[in-house]
Design a protein around this ligand. Structure first.
Ligand SMILES: [Zn+2]
Length: 465
């Protein structure tokens, strides 16, 4: 029996949504990908949005062209890349957000092929614009269903709580928040620590948005500083190997300062998605100018970080939300993109050695919600099917990984005095597993099964039932 595992960075509603959508994660050829789209198209009348998630060009021989997409479905479509920072769409989709060949020539967030023609790819803010357009009419009932399904899968995977970022998607923030409130309670306990997206933060303050505080609580202001490695949109100090691009900064320094000021005005910490090293610098630069508040500031992803940056982060009392599973999804193509910078990639052990606290998460729906897969990734730094270890010096011990999922995740949400340990007067949240994760053979970590999940003293999942 372990203290309840808490996923410190996830998109719970998005994960629930994904459970109801078609995916292309198994596709290795463009023909297979097109078959998935075709199959979805047959279920629709031709007017609704068509969704396919989780494609990854690193697994495919090539991506479908814009005209191929047009031929597959006449209505609007949104095909989200596995990282969710990039998507593909057809002409109808582009038209739905007002993008034409002529008004997007200079726009680096709209994809073009070598001849300068639109290719259906959208990046970062343009990706968000399309996804928000496609999902804004989701009904309250659907959202409740997403939250219910997600929590059911999470508790069956031994997860007793999450730090989730959903308020800022699916239309008004009130819709997702209502769904949480409807599903979670004494009858169905689950710990949800909700980050507040910067786009809705001010509105939430003015509305006096409130929650019970026992099962649902609000966390730091969520801010994206940059994109992802996959789409070459993570903001780097030096260009991606073989390119001229250093990625995309999503906020100017002036804008970043304003968001931070707004957070501090309400004594809120900030939780910043910063993948590239230039984005980490921006985060540090701004935090150095303001005093800390009780609610901890969070560095989400910890993907590419130098020891110098770690020392600065430590001084600022920043915690790191780590997703060890990213490493296995990103290797080996990421090494090619970054060249010698790979030595600073996902440096979990160095973070700990520098005295930083790490919380463990999956960023689901980006990665699998399984804590065993995440523990495996952090401990071995190799794919189950391979012998190649990515930087053995950064491997964590099993104890460190379990600590991240429990004490670490509690610390990231300022809950370390009452959650994350099996101790008198602490929350009675437990994950009960059929395998001793600290002593079993390495391969057995991935085969571990959850026997029971207990939240607030109630058994919420029992494998024997
Ligand atoms: Zn995320």
């Amino acid at each position: 029996m372990y203290p309840g595992f808490v996923d410190s960075h996830i998109h719970l509603v998005g994960y629930g949504e994904l459970l109801s959508k078609a995916v292309a994660s198994h596709c290795t050829t463009v023909e297979q990908f097109k078959d998935v789209i075709k199959k979805e198209a047959t279920k629709l009348s031709g007017k609704e949005w068509l969704f396919v998630d989780l494609w990854d060009e690193n697994q495919l021989d090539r991506l479908p062209t814009l005209s191929e997409l047009d031929a597959l479905y006449g209505g609007p479509m949104v095909l989200r890349r596995v990282c969710r920072h990039v998507c593909l769409t057809n002409h109808t989709g582009l038209a739905a957000i007002g993008i034409t060949a002529s008004n997007s020539v200079e726009d680096e967030q709209v994809g073009h092929d070598e001849t300068g023609q639109l290719n259906g790819l959208l990046y970062e803010n343009k990706n968000d614009l399309l996804v928000n357009e496609a999902t804004k009419n989701v009904t309250d009932e659907q959202l409740v269903q997403y939250v219910e399904n997600a929590i059911q899968h999470l508790t069956a995977s031994g997860i007793t709580g999450v730090h989730s970022e959903d308020l800022g998607y699916f239309g008004q923030y009130t819709k997702s928040l209502q769904a949480y409130k409807k599903v979670i309670g004494e009858e169905k306990p689950f710990r949800a620590h909700l980050l507040r997206n910067h786009r809705v933060f001010q509105q939430m303050m003015e509305d006096g948005a409130s929650v019970d505080g026992k099962y649902i609580e609000f966390g730091a202001m969520k801010l994206f500083a940059d994109g992802s490695f996959g789409g070459n949109t993570a903001w780097l100090k030096e260009a991606y190997v073989g390119t001229q691009t250093t990625g995309i900064a999503l906020h100017t320094d002036e804008q970043f300062a304003q968001w931070l000021q707004l957070a501090r005005k309400y004594d809120s910490g900030i939780a910043v998605h910063a993948i590239g090293d230039a984005a980490v610098d921006q985060f540090i630069r701004h935090l150095e100018r303001v005093p800390p508040v009780a609610m901890r500031d969070r560095y989400i992803h910890g993907s590419l970080c130098s020891t110098e940056q770690m020392k600065a982060l430590k001084k600022l009392h920043v915690i790191v939300d780590a997703q060890p599973a990213f490493l296995l999804s990103d290797m080996p193509w990421l090494q090619e993109k970054l060249g010698k910078r790979e030595a600073r990639l996902y440096p979990w052990k160095t973070f700990l050695n520098e005295g930083l606290v790490l919380g463990a998460g999956t960023d689901a729906p980006i990665e699998s919600i399984s804590p065993f897969e995440t523990i495996w990734a952090g401990v071995t730094r190799k794919k189950p099917s391979s012998q190649v270890v990515f930087d053995a010096s950064e491997r964590l011990t099993r104890y460190e990984m379990v600590h991240m999922y429990t004490v670490g995740s509690a610390y990231t949400g300022n809950q370390e005095l009452y959650r994350g340990k099996i101790q008198k007067d602490f929350d009675a949240d437990f994950t009960i597993v059929d395998t001793d994760l600290l002593c079993c053979e390495e391969a057995a970590i991935l085969k571990a099964n959850v026997l029971q999940t207990v939240i607030d003293g109630k058994v919420v999942y029992d494998s024997s039932l």
